[in-house]
Design a protein around this ligand. Structure first.
Ligand code: ADP
Length: 188
């Protein structure tokens, strides 16, 4: 089965998938934005498990149970704070997607949903972040793994439209020919 990419405008805490990805901070103790929303929805058991993990470095990823979420697991990854782009931010953001997918595949998971990592309080430019996210996922899916569905879960309509432009064949002018190695579904 060919893996599919989807874009959704939704609250990631509501998704029924094998794993949702959390844009966490290095402490893994919860925070604002999507991190706070995930911890509130999952309940206090999540922070208890996070306390056993010894934090997480920027670009790396760690997995926990989903507790009260519909999602079975949470993959916590720490995006880079944007300091102008010359401090390894693009590579670190790519690593977040790669390491999250690798961890999901190690656990045999089939469906995973990402928020727009680093584009909130960490101020990573949204267009560049979306291009990096999409490219990292496409490269990962070129090799067979358990992963069948990757969802880009956008909180804002602007972010959803941004991903849809990048995913849709009509908006493919920004992509080099032959890049579409996987089937792409752009669900609205
Ligand atoms: P970071 O610190 O990595 O920038 P933020 O949580 O501030 O993380 O923002 C990352 C992205 O998550 C932003 O695009 C923000 O709009 C989005 N976001 C915030 N809450 C949710 C939610 N409940 N579901 C999905 N995305 C969310």
């Amino acid at each position: 089965m060919t893996p599919t990419l989807q874009t959704l405008q939704a609250d990631i805490t509501q998704l029924d998938v094998d794993a949702i990805v959390n844009a966490a901070n290095t402490s893994l103790m919860g925070g604002g934005g999507v991190d706070g929303a995930i911890h509130r929805a999952a309940g206090h058991e999540l922070v208890a498990e996070c306390m056993t993990l010894n934090g997480c470095r920027t670009g790396e990823a760690k997995i926990t149970q989903g507790y009260r979420l519909k999602a079975r697991h949470v993959i916590h990854t720490v995006g880079p704070v944007w300091h102008g782009g010359g401090n390894g931010e693009p590579e670190l953001l790519r690593a977040c997607y790669q390491n999250s997918l690798a961890l999901a595949a190690e656990h045999g998971l089939q469906s995973i949903a990402f928020p727009c990592i680093s584009t909130g309080v960490y101020r990573f430019p949204a267009d560049q972040a979306a291009e990096i996210a999409l490219e990292a996922v496409k490269v990962f899916l070129q090799k067979p793994s358990s992963i069948q569905t990757v969802i880009f879960c956008c909180f804002s309509e602007a972010d959803r439209a941004r991903y849809e432009r990048l995913l849709s064949p009509i908006g493919a002018t920004q992509q080099s020919p032959g890049q579409g190695g996987v089937a792409e579904d752009a669900l609205g």
